[in-house]
Design a protein around this ligand. Sequence first.
Ligand code: 8ZB
Length: 484
Amino acid sequence: MLRLENRRWEKSYFEEGRDYVLNSWSTGQEVDLEDAFHFHKSLPESKRAYCKLRAGQEEKRIYLQPRAGVALLSEHIELLSELESKGEADFLPTTIDSYTRQNRYAEAARGIEESKAAGRSLLNGLPAVNYGVANCRKIIDAVGSPVQVRHGTPDARLLAEITLAAGFTDFEGGGISYNIPYAKDVPLERSLFDWQYVDRLCGLYAEEGIIINREMFGPLTGTLVPPCISHAIGIIEALLAAAQGVKSIAVGYGQGGNLYQDTAALRTLGRLGRDYLDRYGFQDVLLTTVFHQWMGGFPQEESRALGVIAWGAATAALAGVNKVIVKTPHEALGIPTAEANIAGLLCTRQLIRMLGEQELAKTPYLKEEEYMIEREVEEIISKVFELGEGDLAVGTVRSFEAGVLDISFAPSRCTRGSIMPVRDKDGAIRFLNTGNIPFSKEIKDFHQKKIKERADLEKREPGFRMVIDDIYAISKGRLVGKPR
Ligand code: 8ZB
């Protein structure tokens, strides 16, 4: 039985479980922390995510990062080099394949062999565990930018051990955001525990002066997620990571589509995140924000897709954010080619540069959006602490059971899925149903009023039909789903 609590793991407690992790695949034996520390210390600042993020935040720069990962190492290195040179990416990714995300390394091994035989990638990412420490280090040696591991793994302990030892300086995911949207049957206690391991490992690096950035996956299911949901979860994951000694944390948010709501979301995410970290004694932790271009369904045609991408880029520029994760015109089709990825990057870069001097005016509408998000997040998180009797990890598990924390459209059995989002007449994402989230009357009334305006305009009852129309709207060329 796991005894989950939000307390920094003793070194002995960490080491107790470590042999099991490192023995779960042969390459685990390559991990040597002393050698890893030595390699990290040899890296120039330009290859360290934390240093680059800190400098960028001071200079108010907006960094761009693509997603990319293929089965074969040499092709992966070539792909990243192109995204860096021709796409002008500031941060490079290594997207991990789905077998590895589920700890199915034998099947990933087969995927490598089959990809070699086929002469093309038959996996949807790089199986980094199979390649091991020495091979993965070739990636770090070959490029000039910091490289981040991007995945979707409930149990990422071995993946973290290997990639961090290889010299990756940035690792995405968290015990909530890499479980609930990605798995059906992994207990939340389990994934929170396994991510405490990952965070504690990063903490051990930090004790050597090697600061690994940890990024929380903000978009969750990517389907009409209200800002307060992703904010609350990102902040909880940030506090849990900081408790294990993580010193650099990025919190993410997926574009909703309404410029004012997205701007309010990004501004409050940075503010609230900073606030909570300070409040709980983590003033020394660097906090940055990440904006994901539209994570829902895309139009098929590349030119229309680039329109969606450009709107995300404009939003990021006007709202202000530290990093943008860029989509590609192949989004509706599958894994993008290098060329499509470069198109997404250059399109985004153009908008970010063109709008660099402009900032969205703080109108009453924007202020109201910010006020609402802040209140919603505070109301949720205070209840999580209350249910945990002060312990955030325990509170998180109890809150998902009670529906105080809830994520819609997720595959996991660990979330109720009893909240329901829908757009208002301006395209902002509201709660059609607040489920068991303990919102005050003021907040519930606000959402109802906003949804009623749309219902009156469209002369139909708010309901699931409206939600379905919204889910398909962007791929059909609109933001707000229209009745047929
Ligand atoms: C949750 C993230 C989904 C996004 C992209 C998808 C989607 C997944 C790869 C990739 C480039 C890969 N994605 N795997 N993009 N290379 N191996 O992540 O297309 O946009």
